[in-house]
Design a protein around this ligand. Structure first.
Ligand code: ADP
Length: 191
């Protein structure tokens, strides 16, 4: 089996997507594409998109498909994504997943796998509250965390079935040490 290089990371907020994606960047030499990071950069820069997205993000809700699809498409078309990519936090709705299929088709690419990182709810809350202390992200307070988990269950978790139907899902247990999770991911991606 060849190593997967066109990857969608799926997992609840706090499942460790960003952390593990950063490791994959180093190991596989392909970029991490995080819509959350790009939206936070837009908010910080005060762009029109940032101004539209800020209140929605602070409330733990999803930014509109229209905005994130446009951001993702522009990023995926860049040169460094030619050999592969790790999509982190996109797609988050069925509409986004369908849009992704369309843009990949236009770019002449296809997904190798949807890597689903699973973590129990209590662990997620504990991790995000800890991150709140360290990074001070505006959306890492308990009320917003619960809202983001609800949004994940209702709008994003159904993507597991979407990708299962395409035979693309590989599930990895996200509990335990970072190194242990990274090793499970390495195996799941085929080396
Ligand atoms: P998390 O730690 O919740 O996975 P992210 O950094 O991926 O956080 O995203 C932070 C926020 O940015 C989300 O709660 C949402 O408001 C917005 N966001 C990021 N990606 C998307 C997306 N694909 N669709 C809609 N909103 C998004």
């Amino acid at each position: 089996m060849s190593v997967a290089t066109h990857i969608v990371l799926l997992g609840a907020p706090g499942a460790g997507k960003g952390t593990q994606a950063a490791r994959l960047v180093e190991r596989l030499g392909i970029p991490q594409i995080s819509t959350g990071d790009m939206l936070r950069a837009a908010v910080a820069a005060g762009t029109e998109v940032g101004q539209r997205a800020k209140a929605v993000m602070d409330a733990g809700q999803l930014v509109s498909d229209e905005i994130v699809v446009a951001i993702a498409e522009e990023r995926l078309a860049q040169d460094d994504a030619r050999k592969g990519f790790i999509l982190d936090g996109f797609p988050r709705t069925t509409g986004q997943a369908e849009a992704l299929d369309g843009m990949l088709e236009r770019l002449g690419k296809s997904l190798d796998c949807c890597l689903a990182i699973t973590v129990v709810d209590e662990e997620v809350i504990a991790r995000l509250l800890k991150r709140a202390e360290i990074e001070g992200r505006a959306d890492d307070n308990e009320e917003t965390i619960r809202e983001r988990m609800k949004v994940y269950r209702e709008q994003t978790a159904p993507l597991l079935d979407y990708y299962r139907a395409k035979g693309l899902v590989r599930e990895v247990d996200g509990m335990g040490e970072l190194d242990a999770v990274a090793e499970r991911i390495r195996e799941a991606l085929g080396g």
